[in-house]
Design a protein around this ligand. Structure first.
Ligand code: GTQ
Length: 349
């Protein structure tokens, strides 16, 4: 019988020989490659706005929006260093645009969402239409559409505006499906009045002769006022869900499905004193606190959250939300991808 050391030496030598031919022994990594359950590299993490707001604003003195193209601080998951990712499939960043600035027009195959954190009056343009940003609005930038952002000058009432960018950058990168182009001018021509898309699709109605099933929602901006109103009404007149409080998903009116092919978005209301039950799911989720404060327990670790904080719940980690003051949370996840691939699992504990 060869000794354990001899066996190990023989194997190591063998692994070196097969490595020269770009091969590796599956038996050394089988359990990692095919885990009994998800073991995310991504960690639960929180970006507390009170601690980072000054740094976000200081970016305005470091570089102009024009030079930066997009002046964004990437929220990088501490478990995914160097990957510019908040989850394995999703990207998050805080974008700052100052009065009088333009973030020049470009397009890319990555889908984007904007969730307005603070400031109002800046605009984003998609396909010839501009929409004005207000805190709590959820704005859609479909894949491969020209988009530029801008902010009126101080004289015209402009103020610094910060929003959360959610994109499917890591997912698109993992598929090697990224394409991008720069528009020849800083801004695209405005060809339609503000509110045009909303008139077509934002009132639970749709243009009568169009039979479209658009992979991305034609509703350009989902105004906070409306989402909040719906949550308030449902809170007052229906039973609270023990896990979610009152939670709604944003809908693509042409399909009834998610607003984007790769990202789902949600908004939920938690009354003061709410102590949610624990649940987990295979979609990793990024939360942005619109209003209120409380705690979130993610996989046993407790994080206090307050207004404008961003936190991330990795796949299959239990999450439990508690609200001290009445709270409103926006969230986005890769749920459509998991659902499409039959990989979505959810467990309410
Ligand atoms: O606004 O188009 O945070 O292209 C990252 C990439 C924002 C944008 C980001 C982008 C954008």
């Amino acid at each position: 019988m060869p000794t354990a050391t001899a066996v190990q030496e023989q194997r190591t030598a063998y692994y070196e020989r097969i490595a020269e031919r770009q091969m590796a022994p599956l038996w050394e990594s089988l359990h990692t490659l095919v885990p009994p359950q998800p073991k995310p590299q991504a960690q639960a993490a929180i970006w507390r706005y009170a601690q980072i707001r000054d740094l976000v604003m200081q970016a305005g003195a470091v570089i102009s929006a024009e030079e930066a193209v997009r002046r964004v601080l990437v929220l990088e998951n501490p478990g995914l260093p160097g990957k510019s990712s908040i989850t394995p499939s999703l990207y998050a960043g805080l974008q700052l645009i100052l009065p009088g600035e333009i973030a020049p027009s470009h397009r890319h195959t990555q889908s984007a969402l904007r969730f307005i954190v603070e400031g109002r009056g800046a605009w984003t343009a998609v396909d010839g239409e501009r929409t004005t940003m207000r805190p709590g609005d959820f704005i859609v930038t479909p894949s491969w559409t020209w988009h530029d952002h801008g902010n009126p000058s101080v004289e015209d009432g402009g103020e610094p505006v910060v929003w959360l960018d959610g994109l499917d950058i890591p997912l698109v990168a993992s598929l090697d499906a990224g394409f991008a182009e720069t528009y020849p001018e800083a801004t695209q021509p405005v060809t339609r009045p503000e509110g045009y898309s909303f008139a077509r699709f934002g009132h639970n109605m749709a243009p009568v002769r169009e039979r479209v099933s658009n992979p991305t929602s034609p509703i350009f901006s989902y105004p906070y006022e409306r989402s909040r109103e719906a949550l308030d009404m449902l809170y007052r007149h229906s039973e609270l869900d023990a896990w979610d409080g009152v939670k709604l998903r944003y809908v693509n009116p042409t399909t009834g499905g998610w607003p984007m092919p790769t990202m789902a978005t949600f908004m939920q209301y938690l009354p003061a004193g709410f102590k949610g039950r624990a649940w987990r799911s295979t979609d990793a989720t990024v939360y942005c606190v619109v209003d209120g404060h409380g705690t979130v327990n993610i996989g046993g670790a407790e994080f206090a959250f307050a207004e404008h904080d961003v936190f991330v719940v990795p796949s299959w980690q239990t999450v439990q939300l508690s609200a001290h003051g009445e709270s409103v949370l926006f969230s986005y996840s890769d749920r459509p991808v998991l659902a499409a691939l039959n990989l979505l699992r959810e467990e309410r504990i």
